[in-house]
Design a protein around this ligand. Structure first.
Ligand code: NAP
Length: 262
């Protein structure tokens, strides 16, 4: 059994993109509770500042940063701003994502693809380019990429989103290989359906929600806090021998055919 100290993040600096609400905010709260200094990044200044203030009200050291991760200049400004406020980034959580096309894959135009590539995939690469050199020099770092079960098996009307989550999973594995010798762990989390604004169209459409619940051995969809524990593990010394892993947190939905008795 690892000691509880294995989950202690005192003195570590974490950057969580998409940290103003939903899964990102739940992760920020969990990392802060474990002692990390937490930087939350999102596009809307007011919302991200309110999220950081919420963490500070609970005793955490947290700051909000307005940044659009689909824009290279925003990322180039974000990393030095976080490091100036808190010190070197030890934990990078690439969580921000968008889905601008819910429908048949071939109906998505190039503009939609490019927007999603920049936000959901290239942002992680750009952030890693800036954060990894410091991690390498310190021979220590944790990178967590927020994938999805849609990146493991296709989800209806989520072809573009799923292809990019699959790419993020492969990126995670390649980086894990390349950065392992520098003692940097790179892992992904693949959530199932989680009750957030992002997934509103899914969990607020009764027929979709019920079919997901029926296909899920645990019989329900998840809450953002239920992803935070997985992120805490992957951010902490408890996961020092874990790299290139995809931690599926989906209530068992992807295990195979399953239906709750009617
Ligand atoms: N909810 C689910 O069922 C589910 C399932 C599997 C995977 N995921 C993944 O979980 C992650 C978080 O999603 P969520 O469900 O927590 O969504 P959410 O509650 O809607 O939160 C999304 C966060 O990302 C930020 N964001 C969006 N676009 C951004 C951009 N271009 N630059 C910076 N920040 C941006 C949003 O703030 P602003 O709008 O202010 O920028 C917000 O903080 C995503 O990677 C998503 O693909 C979600």
């Amino acid at each position: 059994m690892p000691s509880t100290d294995a989950f202690d993040l005192s003195g570590r600096v974490a950057l969580v993109t998409g940290g103003s609400r939903g899964i990102g905010l739940a992760i920020g709260a969990a990392l802060a509770e474990a002692g990390a200094r937490v930087a939350l990044a999102a596009r809307h200044e007011e919302e991200v500042q309110a999220a950081a203030a919420q963490l500070r009200a609970g005793g955490a050291e947290a700051q909000g940063f307005a940044a659009n991760v689909s824009k290279a200049p925003d990322i180039e400004a974000l990393v030095p701003a976080v490091e100036a406020a808190f010190g070197p980034i030890a934990i990078l959580v690439n969580n921000a994502a968008t889905n601008v096309h819910f429908g048949p894959l071939l109906d998505a135009d190039d503009g939609m693809w490019l927007k999603m590539v920049e936000t959901n995939l290239l942002s992680a690469v750009r952030l890693c380019r800036l954060v990894v050199p410091g991690m390498r020099a310190r021979r220590s770092g944790k990178i967590i990429n927020m994938a999805s079960v849609a990146g493991i098996q296709p989800g209806v009307a989520q072809g573009v989103y799923g292809a990019l989550k699959a790419a993020l999973i492969q990126l995670t594995k390649s980086l894990a290989q390349e950065l392992g010798p520098d003692n940097i762990q790179v892992n992904a989390i693949a959530p199932g359906l989680i009750e957030t604004r992002f997934a509103q169209v899914l969990h607020q459409t009764p027929v979709i929600r019920q079919s997901v619940e029926r296909a899920t051995p645990l019989g329900r969809i998840g809450k953002p806090d239920e992803i935070a524990g997985a992120a805490l593990y992957l951010a902490s010394p408890a996961s020092d021998f874990t790299t290139g892993a995809v931690l599926v947190v989906d209530g068992g939905m992807t295990l195979g055919s399953f239906a709750m008795p009617q």
